[in-house]
Design a protein around this ligand. Structure first.
Ligand code: GCU
Length: 674
């Protein structure tokens, strides 16, 4: 069969080199596992599946190793020195008494350890003196699915929903288990199964049974199920006159509903809430606040272990305001007032998953509130499922940004993993990274075969944000595409440069472009919408003088939301780093930039070289061809061709539009679009 991409990075194809195979086989002759919890059983069968696929022989299981050597021992409940550096989900893998011992405090730790062990074999690492210790830095590592009950996915580009609601709960698509395996292999331990623009239907008994069936599949893989909730459900579902969070009947309705959910799903993860945002109902509809709303749900959740994840993605239709500032203005006054069960989930940037954004000023500004981070894996603004954009550098760029909240080194990652503020008042499970899933019913899960790397990278970074983009790319390529060194380096180069190439032809120098509609058509001229902040001109502010949004003290002063050290990096138009220039400044067309070119010439240079670099992506891919599955190779060739055509389309639309304001010729050697 051609490789259809279904098996993701868990392909477990036979290693080509017989000597290498027999080397690994000698130290993996059996699996000794005492205990039979569903999680340990899942770990054991994954090891058997993986080792047999990679190496050939079937690997038997034993209750204990006894005096036998040359096998794998799975051990739950480590203590003493072995437990050093391990949290509840961590693992340690060591060579001991001739065996490879995979240990954890819990069976989930062992499950993660088995995937780590398989990864060693898949990526060609030696097992002889194996000594690995790893614990996740963030406690809730989850995917957010924007899936609707009718099977569509908001901003989904890889087919329909994975969840076959009409067949559930009786029919369990085997794919659910493969989804769980893929997530568990990365350490993802939560999934919000429905869209943040939530349908109240998910809270009906009919749907809760279906969700419970999914939870049953996820449980052996350490994954909890969460629901996005519709804030006005007490009215629409419960028949109450109001959904006011301070109304006793409303509070009782949510308490009863939460208890009912737990009868279906005893280990239910919790609620995700989009409230008073983009037309969704919320506490403000009743004159109440985000705190009133979130704490009401937290009270309903009190008897249970679940959490309430309250999104900070809010902004108002204010023509004189700056959307950039909205979330900070609305949320910072509430710092310290949220119930300990509440986590506030903040998008990486202040606007909306743009190709490049500065980090959200909320990070570091709410020291008494656990802030989770939300990235978008689905490529709403990054070329859907046709453009190649490897997102690890985007995640890392944000996580490594310094908020200076407690002096130098106060990175966004340290806010999110809790090490900066300690979150002392918070409950035990309050650190969070979420990724808006890019999965769908396409056979290869993500539409673009190489977009699987974004799911992979998100999971790995949520586990350990210190991993580098290059190291993650290497792992993914070797596990998924090829281990042939030349090909690995061509594909790695493509992945690592892809995001900057995209930014250059799509939104260079800090241009942003969120506007209403399909979110993937160049319409910089768009100026009509029911809301001013849903037009293009609101964001880029092109005029006869220049381009960009003045967010300094002479403009919206959004920069004042950052600490002085951050502000200083960006507030001066003469030394603001070019990737952020137009985020913060309205820059004259004729202004000389650090590159020696004027703004206009620099913009043209970026648009043209960006679009042209797609050819370089094509060349690199062609060089990797001999080592890549032919069907997969051809699929990507097609997508790169589309990407090239569309990159030119973006370039030309922007350049021709901006030229009307700049009134300058296109610099040599670039050609005027036809
Ligand atoms: C973006 C996206 C919407 C989504 C929203 C959100 O605006 O276009 O489809 O609902 O983000 O994150 O809530």
């Amino acid at each position: 069969f051609a490789d259809d991409g279904y098996r993701l990075w868990l392909k477990y194809d036979r290693l080509a080199d017989a000597t290498v195979r027999s080397g690994y086989a000698r130290s993996t002759q059996f699996i000794a596992v005492s205990g039979s919890s569903p999680v340990l059983t899942a770990a054991t069968s994954e090891l058997q599946l993986g080792l047999q696929g990679l190496l050939g022989p079937t690997v038997p299981t034993l209750a204990r190793a006894g005096t036998r050597q040359g096998g794998i021992v799975l051990t739950v409940g480590v203590s003493g020195a072995d437990a050093n550096g391990l949290n509840e989900e961590g693992y340690r893998i060591v060579k001991r008494q001739g065996n490879i011992v995979v240990m954890g405090k819990t069976d989930v730790g062992v499950l993660y350890g088995t995937f780590a062990l398989l990864r060693q074999v898949q990526t060609g690492q030696p097992l002889d003196n194996i000594n690995l210790v790893s614990s996740p830095k963030v406690k809730l590592r989850m995917l957010n699915h924007w899936d609707n009950p009718n099977g569509t996915i908001e901003r989904g580009y890889a087919g329909g929903s994975l969840w076959k609601w009409s067949e559930l709960p009786e029919t369990i698509d085997p794919r659910y288990k493969d989804y769980a395996r893929a997530n568990a292999s990365l350490g993802i331990n939560g999934t919000v199964v429905n869209n943040v623009n939530a349908s109240p239907r998910l809270l009906t008994g009919e749907y809760l049974q279906k969700v419970a069936a999914l939870a049953d599949v996820m449980r052996p893989y350490g994954i909890k199920v969460y629901l996005s909730v519709y804030f006005a459900a007490p009215k629409t579902l419960g028949g109450l006159k109001t959904s006011d969070p301070l109304d006793p009947q409303v509070r009782k309705w949510w308490a009863d509903k939460t208890a009912e959910i737990h009868r279906y799903i005893p280990d239910f993860g919790g609620f995700l809430v989009k409230a008073n945002s983009e037309g969704e109902p919320g506490p403000q509809d009743y004159g109440r606040t985000h705190v009133d709303g979130a704490n009401m749900l937290a009270a309903a959740m009190k008897p249970f272990s679940g959490v309430v994840i309250w999104r900070a993605f809010v902004y108002k239709a204010d023509p004189t305001g700056d959307r950039f500032k909205a979330a900070y203005e609305e949320f910072t006054p509430f710092d310290g007032q949220f119930d300990p069960k509440v986590i506030v989930q903040v998008k990486n940037g202040p606007i909306d998953f743009q190709p490049r954004e500065p980090f959200s000023p909320l990070f570091g500004a709410m020291p008494k509130t656990p802030l989770g981070i939300e990235f978008q894996l689905t490529q709403e603004y990054l070329g859907f499922a046709t453009h190649l954009v490897y997102e690890a550098p985007l995640f890392k760029e944000c996580l490594e940004s310094d908020t200076y909240a407690a002096g130098k080194g106060s990175t966004v990652a340290r806010v999110v993993d809790g090490s900066l503020h300690g979150y002392r008042n918070a409950g035990p499970t309050q650190t969070l990274m979420a990724g808006v899933a890019n999965t769908g019913s396409d056979r290869n899960w993500t539409g673009h075969p190489l977009a699987q790397a974004n799911w992979y990278a998100f999971g790995r970074i949520a586990w350990d944000h210190t991993l580098t983009s290059a190291a993650i790319a290497d792992e993914w390529i070797k596990m998924t595409l090829t281990r042939q060194p030349q090909a690995v380096s061509h594909v790695r180069a493509m992945l690592l440069r892809s995001r900057d190439i995209y930014v250059d032809y799509n939104a260079p120098l800090g241009l942003s472009r969120p506007w209403t509609g399909v979110h993937f058509a160049p319409e910089p001229w768009q100026n009509k919408s029911p809301r001013p902040d849903w037009t293009a001109v609101y964001y880029h502010r092109a005029d006869s003088i220049g381009l960009g949004f003045d967010r300094t003290a002479t403009g919206s002063n959004a920069l004042a939301q950052y600490r002085p050290d951050v502000r200083r990096q960006w507030e001066n138009v003469d030394n603001c780093p070019l990737p952020y220039l137009l985020w913060f400044h309205h820059v004259p067309w004729t202004k000389q930039l650090a590159t020696g070119r004027t703004l206009w010439d620099e913009l043209c240079t970026r648009f043209y070289t960006g679009a042209d670099s797609v050819r370089w992506l094509q060349q690199e891919w062609a060089l990797a061809k001999p080592a890549i599955d032919p069907a997969l190779y051809t699929d990507v060739v097609g997508r790169l061709a589309t990407q090239h055509r569309e990159a030119i389309w973006w370039r030309d639309a922007w350049v021709l539009y901006l030229q009307e304001f700049a009134k300058k010729p296109i610099p040599k050697p670039f050609k005027q679009p036809e």
